[in-house]
Design a protein around this ligand. Structure first.
Ligand code: MG
Ligand code: ZN
Length: 223
């Protein structure tokens, strides 16, 4: 029984080494990599679809889609006009660096501005696995309840940005965006917080401006 913890430590250490190799490969190409995390149904894929439409080709981007089953999300991204590579985890509840490494066999990152990794829907264990990303973005919908940052603090603690989605539904749910924002900032005062609706488009401008600035910063570090 006592061997369990060392084995997990070894696995996560191996993951960290691989993640650092990925980070170096991404840095060499100057591509900004986002690890997008959220619970199932928070609207990760819908946020990406809206972002792709609004960016309208302004950034050269690709998406790695992590899903426990099916390739529905990868097909949606593909239909939106952006290259998507599916990682089907076969029921697994998070992505690991070795899976990203394998996905890169099907994806040419040369010339990309932005690579978004849509993690498996889960607010707990994805936060513990480094994928070589530059930034972690945690998405939480208003419909989940404004107490979620307090109940799942790890994701908010380790993230660079928090996106509060489905704000168009605020009149219909017993949760409010200002409480959600306050709770997220209580866990991590350094978070960039965005309030968006992928349906009405509210708040998308500010979120996409933040991404474009990060892309430019990454490019300037490379060249
Ligand atoms: Mg999805
Ligand atoms: Zn997991």
């Amino acid at each position: 029984m006592t061997t369990r913890i060392p084995i997990l430590a070894e696995i996560t250490e191996a993951n960290s080494i691989l993640a650092e190799n990925l980070r170096a490969a991404f840095a060499a190409e100057g591509v900004l990599v986002l690890n997008l995390m959220a619970s199932p149904g928070a609207g990760k894929t819908t946020l990406l679809e809206r972002s792709i439409a609004e960016l309208n080709g302004a950034l050269k981007m690709a998406v790695i889609e992590g899903d426990p089953h099916t390739s529905i999300d990868a097909e949606r991204i593909d239909a939106a006009g952006v290259k998507a590579v599916e990682i089907n985890t076969g029921g697994g509840c998070h992505l690991e660096a070795r899976m990203i490494q394998a996905a890169l066999d099907q994806l040419d990152i040369a010339g990309l501005d932005l690579l978004v990794i849509e993690n498996v829907g889960n607010l707990i264990c994805p936060t513990g696995w480094d994928l070589g990303e530059d930034l972690k973005v945690i998405l939480v919908s208003l419909t989940e309840g404004d107490d979620k940052p307090l109940k799942y603090p790890m994701g908010f603690l380790t993230a660079d940005a928090a996106v509060i989605s489905k704000v168009d539904l605020e009149p219909y749910v017993p949760a409010d965006r200002s409480t959600m924002r306050e709770n997220a900032l209580t866990i991590n005062p350094d978070l960039a917080v965005f309030e968006v609706s992928s349906i009405t488009g509210e708040g998308m401008d500010r979120f996409l401006q933040w991404i474009k600035q990060r892309v430019a910063d990454k490019r300037s570090r490379t060249s």
